[in-house]
Ligand binder design. Structure first.
Ligand SMILES: Cc1cc2nc3c(=O)[nH]c(=O)nc-3n(C[C@H](O)[C@H](O)[C@H](O)COP(=O)(O)O)c2cc1C
Length: 262
């Protein structure tokens, strides 16, 4: 019996790619964390910020080079300044009502990661080996982002919002998942900017209670997935990529639904 996660599977990898990631590891000098200072007037990109790039990568490159990486060099841990920057950037995600209803569980030590995989991995009925899981398990850093719905219901019950009944029917969209997803994307992009690799993958619903219990996570916090992070090792591209990327002409509508590319 081997553990299995609801990650993509293939019996035999048919292609391997070497992910070359040699980017400048310079840290972003922008201030983050600490107590929020009062801002009397609104200034976008105040002069105190350095507006230039620090890693040498343009934003478009960061967006386009990001790929889910499912195998890591187990010998290289994630330097703590990089880990901290990844997490600090997550906190700059937008959030409805500035609720910031999220939390992040960081697992780094071999013991903690082992505790996670023991709790999260499902037993494989047929005993077949899941190579994707093997690669993910080499990641030296795991970050589990949690959505906190109650934080939103409480925030929107405050006087400036006024939804004092905290009725979920008022929500056209569950912002708690949206915002935690945005924070996750910021982490994925920071990982690319630092020359590392990451994969966002889902937890089997049946394993969520075990993960919560193992790490003492309150029921009010819902894991939206897991980020594995580390230095990339050769891995196999997702078969899903064969679908191809949908183009702007297909998915963007101008002026009227169905009207593409004016
Ligand atoms: C919400 C979400 C859940 C995902 N879950 C998994 C997963 O469980 N296992 C996995 O291997 N990849 C997972 N992926 C990665 C996708 O397969 C991947 O993003 C997609 O194939 C496009 O490839 P790219 O991100 O490398 O461009 C997930 C991605 C997202 C956004």
């Amino acid at each position: 019996m081997t553990p299995r996660l609801n990650v993509r599977k293939r019996d035999k990898p048919i292609a391997r790619r070497l992910v070359v990631a040699m980017y400048n590891l310079a840290l972003d000098p922008r201030p983050s964390g600490g107590a929020a200072a009062p801002v009397p007037t609104r200034t976008i990109f105040p002069g105190g910020w350095r507006s230039g790039r620090t890693s040498g990568m343009e934003f478009n490159q960061i967006v386009r080079r990001r790929r889910m990486i499912r195998n890591y060099d187990p010998e290289r841990s994630v330097p703590s300044p990089i880990r901290d920057r990844i997490l600090a950037n997550a906190l700059h995600a937008p959030s409805g009502g500035f609720s910031q209803g999220w939390a992040f569980l960081v697992l780094e030590s071999p013991q903690d990661r082992e505790r996670f995989w023991a709790a999260a991995a499902e037993e494989e009925a047929d005993g077949s080996y899941d190579w994707v899981l093997a690669g993910l398990q080499r990641a030296p850093l795991l970050v589990i982002p949690f959505a906190h719905k109650a934080g939103y219901l409480e925030r929107y019950a405050e006087p400036d919002k006024g939804w004092t009944d905290q009725d979920e029917a008022r929500w056209q969209m569950p912002y708690w998942y949206i915002d935690t997803g945005m924070a996750s994307l910021l982490m994925l992009q920071t990982v690319v900017d630092e020359g590392l690799g990451a994969c966002f993958f889902g937890l089997p619903p049946s394993r969520v209670p075990a993960v919560r219990a193992e790490f003492g996570v309150p029921d009010a916090y819902e894991p939206i997935g897991v980020l594995s992070i580390g230095y990339p090792a050769p891995d196999t591209p997702s078969p899903s990529l064969k679908r191809g990327r949908r183009g702007v002409a297909e998915v963007v509508h101008h002026g009227q639904w169905g009207q593409h590319q004016p």
